[in-house]
Design a protein around this ligand. Structure first.
Ligand SMILES: Cc1cc2nc3c(=O)[nH]c(=O)nc-3n(C[C@H](O)[C@H](O)[C@H](O)COP(=O)(O)O)c2cc1C
Length: 182
């Protein structure tokens, strides 16, 4: 399976991007590819730009989604919601409404935060956004990484054994579910 993976953080040392890399490793062990897609080059959504010819970064996003069996998002929580850059990427991918490449695309959803809540409120908001795009989200178990600053080693690997084991279980379950969806 080929899954498009998006980090909701553009930060070079992002915990969420590191978490996605750990998820990609777990997916590889299950025979699937989680391919990270950079959303940092996308312009702010403007329907004037959303014509037949689209900005190059938008075309790259749409091409990746068109050939993907699923979508996998790791997001931080910004002010109790999702970062604007992530919402922007989903807005670009969401047109035409109810007929976009997001419709029916099985989505995995994880979050990392430095707070003890692990980004729970961002996940709730993101599920609402994905309801608007008719994108089914893997329901259980949830995956949240609280206190992310303590979970990685100096090389950026997820070194918290319990968090890693939970992530592997999440990825395995997500892939099995996504396979059934397609
Ligand atoms: C603008 C902004 C708002 C934030 N709001 C929240 C928040 O509401 N809840 C939370 O848990 N963390 C919040 N944080 C902290 C982030 O969760 C933390 O910086 C996290 O490491 C960001 O993810 P990243 O490491 O993937 O970039 C906020 C950070 C920023 C920059």
């Amino acid at each position: 399976m080929n899954i498009v993976a998006i980090s909701g953080s553009l930060r070079s040392a992002s915990w969420n991007t590191l978490l996605l890399k750990a998820a990609a490793k777990a997916a590889k062990a299950e025979g699937a590819e989680l391919n990270l897609l950079d959303i940092g080059e996308l312009p702010l959504y403007n329907s004037d730009l959303d014509g037949e010819v689209k900005p190059a970064a938008v075309s790259r996003l749409l091409a990746a989604l068109a050939q993907a069996d699923g979508l996998f998002i790791a997001t931080p929580e910004y002010n109790y919601s999702i970062p604007g850059v992530l919402k922007n990427a989903l807005d670009w991918a969401s047109r035409p409404a109810y007929q976009s490449l997001l419709v029916g695309k099985p989505c995995g959803l994880i979050s990392a935060s430095m707070s003890p809540l692990g980004g729970a409120r961002a996940q709730v908001h993101l599920r609402e956004v994905l309801a608007a795009t008719l994108t089914p989200v893997y329901l259980a178990p949830d995956y949240l990484l609280p206190l992310a600053q303590n979970a990685f080693d100096g090389a950026g690997a997820l070194s918290d054994a319990k968090a890693l084991e939970r992530l592997q279980r999440y990825v395995k379950g997500y892939l099995a579910w996504a396979k059934k969806c397609s």
